[in-house]
Design a protein around this ligand. Structure first.
Ligand code: NI
Length: 176
């Protein structure tokens, strides 16, 4: 087994997060090592989803684990995910993001999406996602386009969110 590394997570307002990620040409051991690091980083930060751009890698890669605390881990890996179809019905869900720590706001998302992606082994998968899975994959796929969940909020709420993150980071620096 390859040793896994916890990588620093980029937070707002870092411009890297606005970058548009690129498709992965070929799923290799290097891709898998990156996904292992992403998963480790996500677990360490107590997140349920992470896009590669959040650790500064502009590739269309997402990791996710929606298992509850009392369940076995259920890591999921998405390479070059595409939404083929989505239901018109939308619902608000309170979202958070490891790149916008400690901020939680409602975002409207489609309740059900049909997804196509390559898995950990580069095998193509097509399936429907609903519930938290649908919310999370739409949130993470936004990251690949440089979109954050706070971009859906009013300018006032968005600015407040960014300020909150900056203030918390400043305090952490002073305490370190
Ligand atoms: Ni996020």
């Amino acid at each position: 087994m390859m040793p896994m590394t916890i990588r620093p997570i980029i937070t707002v307002p870092n411009k890297i997060l606005k970058q548009v990620s690129k498709p992965v040409d070929k799923v290799t051991d290097e891709t898998r090592a990156l996904m292992d690091d992403m998963l480790e980083t996500m677990y360490a930060a107590l997140g349920i989803g992470l896009a590669a751009i959040q650790i500064g890698v502009p590739l269309n890669i997402i990791v996710m684990d929606l298992a509850r605390e009392d369940e076995e881990p259920m890591p999921q890996y998405f390479i070059n995910p595409e939404i083929l179809e989505m239901e018109d019905e939308h619902k608000p869900y309170e979202e958070g993001c490891l790149s916008v720590p400690e901020v939680f706001e409602d975002v409207d998302r489609s309740v059900r999406v049909n997804l196509k992606y390559l898995d950990y082994h580069g095998k193509e998968v097509t399936e429907w996602a609903e519930g938290l899975y649908a919310v999370c994959i739409q949130h993470e796929m936004d990251h690949l386009k440089g979109i954050l969940f706070i971009d859906y909020l009013s300018r006032l709420k968005r600015n407040r969110a960014v300020k909150k993150v900056q203030k918390a980071e400043k305090l952490n620096t002073v305490n370190a």
